[in-house]
Design a protein around this ligand. Structure first.
Ligand SMILES: [Zn+2]
Length: 572
C-alpha cells in the first residue's frame, strides 16, 4: 500500500496510525536542521526527494544489495546530508513518505521520556493537572512486611514502578536514576525544565526533580546495617489492573550485594549532583552510600540474589558484583576524594570492566563514565589515562556493529535479547561518550542512527516510544495502559523491542523460526518478551535524547549566527 505524504504533528494531537509498513523507514519524530539526515529504504527502485513545493532535489538509483543479516531486508541507508527546515517527500516505486526537518525536532520526545517516569510514580496520586487523562489515585501506600521476619513491617513508599508490573527493584532503579543524573551533568541544556510535574518551578531542574522521586525511595530501601533490600514486590505479578486496585501484601525482599553496590554508587553520585540545590539531602545520600560501602567491605564474598521460595516477581540476578563495586568506588572517590576509594577502584578495574555497558546487569560503563567525565585527570594514570584508552578501544565495537548493519543499528544479529533496545541505546551512549572525548563525527553520526532506530528507522517501521510517530507501539505490556480504558497507551514509554533469544512459546508460535531477529516483535499486550516497557529502557534513551536535543540547539544557534553573518555581508 502506498503511504501518503505525512506531516508529523506534536504528540498531544496524536497523528493517525499507518497500518502498513512503508518501504521507507524514517525517524518518525522528524530530523534536525544542521545534523545529517538518514533514512532507510527497503527496496531497490530509484528514490527521489522533493521539497514542499514539489521541486526535485535529489535522485538515487538504488542497486539491489545483499540482505541485512538481522532483518532479512534488502535495505539501503540513504544519507540525505544536511537539509534546511521544511517538509520533504521521499518517493520510490509509486510509494511516498513525508519527513520533516526542524530546528528542535526532539524537544517534545526528550521531555516525554522523562515525563514517562512521572507516570510510573508509585505511592502518590497523579493529579489531573499533571497527568491529564492518565490521572489516578495513590497506589501501594501500605506498610510492607520483611520477607525474612514477617513480624517486622515498614512503610516504604514512593519510587517508580519498574516496568509493565508494579514491582520496585533497587539495582534497576539506581541505574535509571543515575542515567538521568549524568544526562543532566553532561547535557544540561538538552534537559527540559517544563515537564509539568508537581515540582516544576521550584528552581531545581525538572529532570533532577523526577530523579529525586526515585532517590527518596532508594534511601528507604537500606537496612540498618547498610545493606540494601534487593526489591520491594508482592509474591507474584498483579493481573492487568490499575495500580490503586493492587492491594495484596508487598514484601521487602532479602538484601543483595548488587543492589547494595548499585545503590551506593547512585547515592554517592546523587550527593554531588544535589549539593548545590539541597545540602541536607546531599548529606543524607552520602552517609547512606558510605554505610553501604562499609557493608560491602565487611561482606566481600559475592552471593547472587535468588528469588526466595514462592516469589515469582523479577529476579534481576547477576553473576558478579565486581562492576557494582567498581562503580561505587569511583563515585565515592569523586564524592569524598578519599584515597582508599581510589585504591579500591583501581583494584576492581584490574579485574576487567566492560566500559561500554550501562544497563542494570553490568554497570562497569557507569564507573568509567564517572572517571572520564567527573574525576578526569584527578582519577590518576590508571583510572583516567589507561581507562580512557581502554574505553576508546571498547567503544569501537559499537561503531563496528553499526557499520555491519543495513539499518546502521549497533547490534549484531544474535544480540536481539529481551529488551534489545537496552544494548542499542547503551551503544549509542558509548559512541556519544567517545565523541565527547575525541570529537569524532563518525561516532556522533552512528549514535544518531540508534536514536533514529528507537524512533522508527528500523525493520519494523515502528516508533518504540509510546505517543510518538505515525506507526507507533500501541499495545505495550504495561498494566496501566492495559487497564485504564484509554486507547492511547501512557505516553513517553520505551518498548523493549524485538527479542529472538528468549521469546515466549506463544510468540514463537506466531512468529515461527524463520522470522529474522530484528523482526521478532509483537505489538500485543501479552508479549512482555518483546513489548514490555521498563524505566531502565527509558533512561538510556533520555541520556541519548538530552545529547541530541542539546546538539540541535547548538546547531540552531550556529545556523542563526551564519544567517546573521550572511546578512551582514550582504548589507555591509
Ligand atoms: Zn504503586
Amino acid at each position: 500500500m502506498a503511504a501518503d505524504s505525512i506531516l508529523l504533528r506534536d504528540s498531544d494531537t496524536h497523528p493517525r496510525i499507518l497500518t502498513e509498513p512503508s518501504v521507507f523507514r524514517v525517524n518518525q519524530t522528524g530530523y534536525a536542521a544542521g545534523l545529517p539526515v538518514h533514512v532507510a529504504v527497503a527496496e531497490s527502485n530509484a528514490v527521489t526527494l522533493r521539497n514542499a513545493q514539489g521541486r526535485l532535489l535529489r535522485e538515487w538509483a538504488l542497486a539491489q544489495t545483499s540482505p541485512d543479516a538481522a532483518s532479512g531486508d534488502c535495505v539501503t541507508l540513504l544519507d540525505l546530508g544536511l537539509l534546511p527546515e521544511g517538509t520533504y517527500t521521499l518517493e520510490s516505486g509509486g510509494e511516498r513518505r513525508g519527513i520533516t526537518v526542524r530546528q528542535q525536532p526532539w524537544k517534545a520526545v526528550a521531555a516525554a521520556l522523562v515525563k514517562g517516569l512521572y507516570y510510573q510514580r508509585c505511592g502518590c496520586a497523579l493529579e489531573k493537572k499533571h497527568a491529564g487523562v492518565y490521572a489516578r489515585p495513590a497506589c501501594h501506600t501500605a506498610a510492607a512486611a520483611d520477607w525474612q521476619d514477617r513480624t517486622v513491617r515498614r512503610k516504604v513508599t514512593g519510587g517508580w514502578h519498574d516496568a509493565g508490573d508494579y514491582g520496585k527493584y533497587t539495582g534497576p532503579g539506581a541505574v535509571t536514576a543515575a542515567h538521568l543524573l549524568y544526562a543532566w551533568k553532561l547535557f544540561p541544556r538538552g534537559c527540559s525544565d517544563a515537564l509539568n510535574i508537581p515540582e516544576t518551578g521550584n528552581n531545581v531542574p525538572d529532570i533532577l526533580n523526577e530523579a529525586r522521586y526515585e532517590l527518596e525511595w532508594l534511601l528507604q530501601m537500606q537496612r540498618t546495617d547498610g545493606a540494601f533490600h534487593h526489591k520491594l514486590t508482592k509474591a507474584r505479578f498483579a493481573p492487568f489492573i490499575m495500580p490503586q486496585e493492587d492491594r495484596e501484601e508487598e514484601y521487602l525482599m532479602p538484601v543483595s550485594h548488587c543492589a547494595t553496590g548499585a545503590a551506593c554508587a547512585c547515592l554517592a553520585l546523587g550527593s554531588r549532583v544535589y549539593r548545590a540545590f539541597d545540602e541536607a539531602f546531599a548529606n543524607r545520600m552520602l552517609l547512606s552510600a558510605l554505610r553501604a560501602w562499609k557493608w560491602l567491605e565487611a561482606n566481600r564474598e559475592f552471593v547472587p540474589f535468588r528469588n526466595p521460595e514462592g516469589i515469582r516477581t523479577g529476579q534481576y540476578g547477576d553473576r558478579s558484583d565486581s562492576d557494582e563495586r567498581f562503580w561505587a568506588a569511583c563515585e565515592l572517590l569523586a564524592a569524598t576524594g578519599d584515597e582508599r576509594f581510589r585504591q579500591a577502584a583501581e583494584e576492581l578495574y584490574a579485574e576487567g570492566q566492560c566500559l561500554t555497558h550501562f544497563g542494570w546487569a553490568d554497570v562497569g560503563g557507569m564507573g568509567g563514565l564517572c572517571c572520564l567525565f567527573d574525576l578526569q585527570e584527578k582519577a590518576g594514570d590508571i583510572l583516567y589515562s589507561q581507562l580512557r584508552e581502554d574505553f576508546l578501544l571498547q567503544s569501537e565495537k559499537a561503531l563496528a556493529f553499526s557499520r555491519a548493519s543495513g539499518y546502521g543499528t549497533a547490534l549484531p544479529p544474535d544480540g536481539y535479547v529481551w529488551g534489545s533496545i537496552l544494548p542499542i541505546m547503551g551503544n549509542a551512549m558509548a559512541m556519544i561518550l567517545n565523541e565527547r572525548l575525541t570529537g569524532r563525527q563518525d561516532m556522533q553520526a552512528s549514535a544518531l542512527l540508534q536514536w533514529h532506530y528507537a524512533l522508527g528507522m528500523n525493520a519494523l517501521d515502528t516508533c518504540f516510544v509510546t505517543g510518538f510517530g505515525e506507526r507507533r507501539v500501541m499495545h505495550p505490556h504495561h498494566r496501566p495502559s492495559g487497564a485504564d480504558g484509554i486507547e492511547e497507551p501512557v505516553p513517553g514509554l520505551v518498548s523493549g523491542g524485538p527479542n529472538k533469544l528468549f521469546p515466549y512459546p506463544g510468540t514463537r508460535e506466531i512468529l515461527g523460526e524463520e522470522t529474522p531477529p530484528a523482526r521478532y516483535f509483537l505489538d500485543e499486550t501479552p508479549s512482555a518478551d518483546t513489548n514490555e516497557i521498563a524505566i531502565y529502557w527509558n533512561s538510556p534513551a533520555i541520556f541519548t535524547a538530552a545529547y541530541f536535543q542539546m546538539l540541535s540547539q547548538e546547531k540552531k544557534r550556529n545556523i542563526m549566527i551564519t544567517c546573521t553573518l550572511g546578512k551582514k555581508k550582504i548589507h555591509g
